[in-house]
Design a protein around this ligand. Sequence first.
Ligand SMILES: *Cc1c(COP(=O)(O)O)cnc(C)c1O
Length: 376
Amino acid sequence: MAVVAMIPVMIPQLGEEEAQAAADAVRSGWVAQGPRVARFEQEFAAAVGATHGVAVSSCTTALHLALVLLDVQPGDEVVVPSLSFIATANAVRYVGATPVFADVDLATGNVTVETIEAVRTPRTRAVIAVHQGGVPFDTAALRKAADGWGVHLVEDAACAAGSTAYGQPAGAGATIAAWSFHPRKLLTTGEGGMVTVDDAAHAARLRRLREHGMNVSAADRHASSQPVLEAYLETAFNYRMTDIQAAVGLVQLGRLAGLVAQRRELAARYQELLADVEGLTPVRDPAYGQTNYQSFWVLLDERHERDEVLAELARQGVSARRGIMAAHLEPAYADVEAGPLPNTERITRESLILPLHHKLTADDQEHIVGVLKGLA
Ligand SMILES: *Cc1c(COP(=O)(O)O)cnc(C)c1O
């Protein structure tokens, strides 16, 4: 068989500017959490419409800290979508609480007021809602419902940098949101994450929780001309981001608007090319917002076998991926009694993610859609 160059599903957009910024951080001698992290927090929070940003080592640790901050405890239930990267459910177990899986809407891949209501109990302390693959959930509806139920709403915005809801960035108006800078997302710092909050006291506690429970940050201590004695106020974590990562993140942030615009153009072209292909529904914007198209997924109907489609794409040089995973189908969650999750199971088994990145050409898109057309 001939070796064909594969069209990758995702490529992070990293250039000389990021390399230079990382080198500058190294040369400055300040490589751990320092001034660049502080700047990245401010600029990122501003870009996503949030008041305070607290940088951490990943979105997984961001979710963990969010639940520690909200004092979620063993015996509490936290409603999460099963249809998400597994870190969403894992964070619930880190604090000893019980994840309860809610189903999702078939079009957006997101939990709704109704799917949460179906599994909510008096023990529900919090809900983690995910902007799946960049498609915003209905922020207005969910925030209002959570208020009415008296439960905390944690927004897993790992995929949502650059997505909007009701004309604002998806993070605007969130009480607490968690973000990821893994290379699979739009903005990357290698590994990295952020918690954004609307409350100054919450931000202060999160800064302490990510840094061993210290009442003075190491950065402030080193920057002071006077000796500063720190105290350790509670048992906490080392979930810090480094200044090398933040330096890269600051450059990446400057690319965000352009990246989203380009992805939306490429997605529109896919939608146009796929319009007359039967048995296949591409993801779209919901009525209340816009996705950044971090993941461009298509839902197949019974005419297609997903794994055969993936295999055919691979044979023809296209590296597509299975759709979003479902935690309740993984061995780690085999002991959880999940109620019926029909849309979750349909999406996870019958969807796939097509290549979408800044180097994807019109020819690539035609080739990919050509393969899909040839399946019928
Ligand atoms: C990627 C992802 C995470 C985990 O992010 P990391 O930064 O890799 O820890 C969590 N939730 C969702 C929805 C994700 O897509």
